[in-house]
Design a protein around this ligand. Structure first.
Ligand code: ADP
Ligand code: ADP
Length: 227
């Protein structure tokens, strides 16, 4: 479980990106942060893996304040997927997926074996393994991004608009794949999007944020739709 306790982030120029946010992301569920551009979604996500620290308030992972966990250890348990998959252009797909296992010092064969297994998991043809990112479609690259984030089997997955840059048909299939995958893996997922339909489709719980970083609603989709 991830707990935000009165979290505020004020940037150096005075912008309040996140304003007194308190909520809980239950273990094994998908919580979606949704709202217009500038409402503090990315800032909230980056505070979970300590790319940014709150100005005040605190974030707990299970019972522990994340500031008590050193960032490399924290990040080992957190997969991160961004909008443009952010793949290394000069590395083969298999090696992109195995990035974290290599960093963790797994031997090459084991790391690549894990990568091949993940390619299957996320619905990528193993024939893609030896290709380079530019040889893949946008949707395929996002699948690689998801596989890479899952490589070290982190319990937490942060996803920042992962499907926003692909066309609607591909987006719908990526959403289905994520739900299928989550049915097997039961990760604790924080998913950020500006698309309310996507939030309702994917979220076990949805946090609606307003510009200024205030939480407007926090509910499951059926409740949200009737409010
Ligand atoms: P979202 O992901 O919902 O689009 P962000 O978290 O990126 O929102 O940004 C929230 C607010 O904080 C916006 O007003 C944005 O301009 C501002 N902001 C983001 N990063 C910085 C920064 N490094 N310095 C100053 N303001 C920032
Ligand atoms: P290297 O970088 O060591 O020269 P290769 O070019 O032989 O490696 O391939 C890189 C990795 O990608 C291999 O470990 C292999 O598992 C995988 N791979 C490459 N092409 C395919 C393919 N067509 N089908 C399955 N796996 C492949």
């Amino acid at each position: 479980m991830i707990t935000f306790e009165g979290v505020t982030k004020r940037y150096a120029d005075g912008t309040v990106a996140v304003d007194d946010l308190s909520l809980q992301v239950p273990t094994g569920s998908i919580t979606v942060f949704v709202g217009p551009s500038g409402c503090g979604k990315t800032t909230s996500l980056r505070m979970i893996n300590r790319m940014i620290d709150p100005t005040s308030g605190r974030i707990l992972l299970d019972e522990q304040d994340i500031r008590q966990i050193d960032p490399p250890t924290l990040r080992r348990g957190i997969g991160y997927v961004i909008q443009q998959a952010g793949l290394f252009p000069h590395r083969k797909i298999v090696d992109n997926i195995a990035t974290v296992p290599y960093l963790l010092g797994w031997d090459r064969k084991k790391a690549r074996g894990r990568a091949m297994e993940l390619m299957e998991r996320v619905g990528l043809d193993p024939k893609m393994a030896g290709r380079y990112p530019f040889q893949l479609s946008g949707g395929q690259q996002q699948r690689v991004g998801v596989a890479r984030a899952l490589a070290a089997d982190p319990p937490v997955l942060l996803m920042d608009e992962p499907f926003s840059a692909v066309d609607p048909v591909v987006r719908a299939s990526l959403q289905e794949e994520l739900l299928r995958l989550q049915g097997e893996l039961h990760k604790t997922i924080v998913f950020v999007t500006h698309d309310i339909d996507e939030a309702i489709k994917l979220g076990d719980t949805v946090a609606v944020l307003r510009v200024g970083g205030k939480l407007a609603q926090f509910a499951d989709p059926p409740t949200l739709l009737t409010e």
